[in-house]
Design a protein. Structure first.
Length: 259
């Protein structure tokens, strides 16, 4: 299914823009993954772009995982996949309260008696809880299931809970993130970007992730290539001024001192 067709079909459905959809669609078309994992499905727009690219490739499948605690409707991810004719390529899993438990079960299934886990995924798109506690564990588990040369993509690097609540919203409509009340968070927990910390302090320091890229200050890419020289690049589609400001902000973080 071509990009233009899927972009038209998901127009007006949150939470991925056409420009973001183009990036993730092109990545799947270029790398031609066999098994793709998405963590955080919502209405299924990201899944639609991924599945459409797999369909155009003529190979591959997508497993997309979300919490059993809530369901995004009008449309559901299943309804959207059916509408696009992509259901045969996508399995939606809501069997657990968090995707970290899903990852735990996959690792158990693929581990031998000596404690070696056989990886299975070529690409993982993480767009879920946006919480240090959940996603910090998730990226450790993802690495075990990610094949060599596989890519991890993290969305919403600079998202904060305070920015969400500043718009008059509460997390998932119930004031909670995972099992924690947001009003129990410290000021730093509410104002600091959790996923940026996960990327800087866990992913970028992990010995398996050696090719790192920050895109538009919002997406964090990491390729599993242990043993290769570690490198980081900053990509932007924004103006030069915006790029410089973002680069200066990111340059203050310790991770840059390592490259």
């Amino acid at each position: 299914m071509q990009y233009e067709a899927v972009a038209a079909a998901v127009e007006g459905i949150p939470h991925m823009s056409p420009a973001e959809g183009r990036i993730i669609y092109d990545h799947v078309r270029h790398t031609r993954p066999e098994n793709v994992l998405e963590l955080g499905v919502a209405h299924g727009v990201g899944a639609a772009y991924i599945a459409a690219a797999l369909d155009e490739n003529g190979q591959g499948s997508l497993t997309t995982v979300d919490s059993s605690a809530f369901l995004y409707e009008e449309p559901t991810a299943e309804e959207l996949m059916e509408r696009l004719g992509l259901s045969r390529l996508v399995r939606v899993d809501r069997s657990s309260s968090t995707y970290t438990w899903f990852l735990k079960e996959r690792i158990e299934e693929r581990s031998d008696a000596d404690g070696n886990c056989e990886p299975v995924y070529d690409f993982c798109y993480l767009d879920g809880a946006k919480d240090w506690t959940i996603d910090g564990l998730a990226v450790i588990l993802i690495e075990k299931l990610l094949r060599p040369d596989g890519w991890l993509l993290m969305d919403d690097l600079d998202w904060t809970f305070s920015s969400w609540e500043g718009k008059g919203k509460s997390w998932e409509g119930n004031g909670k993130v995972g099992a924690r009340e947001t009003n129990a968070m410290s000021e730093a927990e509410r104002n600091d970007p959790h996923l940026r910390a996960v990327f800087d302090l866990i992913v970028a320091q992990h010995p398996s992730f050696t090719e790192l890229r920050i895109q538009d200050g919002w997406w964090g890419w990491a390729r599993k290539a242990p043993g290769e020289p570690r490198r980081l690049s900053l990509d932007t589609s924004r103006s030069l001024r915006a790029m410089v400001v973002s680069g200066m902000r990111y340059g203050k973080r310790r991770v840059l001192a390592r490259f």
